[in-house]
Design a protein around this ligand. Structure first.
Ligand code: FEO
Length: 401
């Protein structure tokens, strides 16, 4: 089910996108509250559509366009990003509106050709700083290469001080509201942080450069309209400030104990490690992978200093949910973390060695050799775990000094 309501975001600029209330997975990211695919229609001498929607939602977009204007009167299509959640309906939209020009970055043109194989579309390649006139309005393009695809770019409408920011500053959250000041602020920021942690974290260094570039360009920004979630109308700079903080990967005195367990021995160890950390004032999240989705674990990782991972040994390896988490985490390239491993075993006992190797491969500074205990922990074994927690707390304090 979708919500078929258009919203005027600025005079003559309408949100005409689609709300996806039911999507629950976005290539491995748990979109447990759905998402939106935002698309913006600008009425000017050159009527311009910025971005489209995921293919199954093409009729929502077309329906919304008809509410505003005969779609055949649309002159320009701007493609800020070619990932199919924004470009999937382009073939039908191009067929319908027959645009005079399709504006995109050079890598955007390549990606459009690689996805839709249409040499005959009227591509117009643009680059950072380039401007086009829509009549009363001027659009300036800002390439945001690898934030998060090679083709990605922002479109800035000068006269409206509106930044259409593609995936940047987005959130996966289906709502009937369109603006940031209409929703619960803590939930909004939680979705924005989750989006950053799971999509943009690997490009943090580039985001730092992008923020510096945008500041140098001295753009006046009164509204930021991402292609997912709420539009930042009230204090739009707050989300740029949050990105600045997240992209610096500044962590606090917070430790994650992430584990999976077979017969609760590794879980007993996790709780003992938590005791050692808690008695030293460290904020802890105990994350059992049986009940915590990988993408929520990564959101918690965003501001955590320590990451302590635990798994029993299974068939000379680790439990599959832990392997999944480590594979996902490695791709997101978190920086500046410290950590250690733990786990129980029956006879061969490889898990701690394997977990430690994984942490090292992710450039997590391993500050403890880890604890490996056979079958069910006794008091002496649990004491080793408490000591591991204490040692991590000590290392966190030293790193903070
Ligand atoms: Fe929302 Fe990169 O697509």
């Amino acid at each position: 089910m979708t919500l078929r309501t258009i919203t005027e975001v600025k005079k003559g600029i309408n949100w005409v996108g689609a709300v996806d209330w039911t999507v629950r997975d976005f290539h491995g990211y748990s979109t447990y509250k759905g998402t939106t695919y935002n698309s913006f229609l600008v009425l000017d001498e050159k009527v311009t559509l910025f971005d489209t929607v995921k293919k199954p939602f093409k009729m929502d977009l077309i329906h919304n366009l008809y509410k505003v204007i005969d779609p055949k009167k649309i002159d320009y299509l701007v493609v800020n990003h070619v990932e199919p959640d924004h470009s999937g309906s382009i073939p039908e939209i191009v067929e319908l509106i027959q645009p005079e020009k399709i504006f995109c970055s050079s890598r955007g043109k390549k990606a459009l050709l690689d996805h839709y194989h249409r040499e005959d579309w009227p591509y117009e390649v643009v680059e950072t700083g380039q401007e086009i006139s829509l009549g009363k309005r001027t659009v300036q393009f800002i390439e945001t290469r690898m934030v998060h695809w090679p083709d990605s770019m922002f479109s800035y409408i000068k006269e409206d001080e509106l930044l259409i920011s593609s995936d940047g500053f987005g959130q996966h959250w289906a709502t009937s509201e369109r603006f940031n000041d209409e929703v619960d602020q803590s939930e909004l920021m939680a979705h924005a942080a989750k989006y950053y942690a799971n999509i943009l974290l690997p490009y943090s260094a580039l985001i730092q450069k992008l923020i510096a570039n945008v500041q140098k360009m001295d753009l006046k920004i009164s509204m930021i309209a991402p292609d997912h979630g709420l539009i930042w109308r009230q204090n739009p700079l707050q989300i740029i400030q949050a990105y600045d903080e997240w992209s610096r990967q500044i962590s606090r005195q917070k430790a994650l104990i992430i584990y999976d367990t077979m017969w609760h021995s590794t879980e007993m160890m996790a709780k003992a490690i938590a005791d050692g950390l808690a008695e030293n004032g460290v904020s802890i999240k105990l994350l059992d992978l049986a009940v915590n989705h990988r993408s929520d674990v990564i959101t918690e990782l965003l501001d955590a200093k320590a990451v302590i991972v635990g798994s029993p040994t299974l068939n000379n390896g680790i439990l599959p949910r832990m392997a999944d988490l480590l594979c996902y985490m490695k791709g997101l390239r978190p920086l500046g973390k410290i950590g250690a491993a733990f786990g129980s075993y029956g006879w061969s006992g490889e898990s701690v060695k394997l977990l430690t190797k994984s942490l090292e491969e992710m450039k997590v500074k391993v500050v403890h050799p880890g604890v490996s205990l056979q079958f069910v922990p006794d008091h002496a074994g649990l004491k080793q775990c408490v000591d591991l927690g204490r040692d991590i707390a000590k290392a966190m304090k030293e790193e903070a000094e």
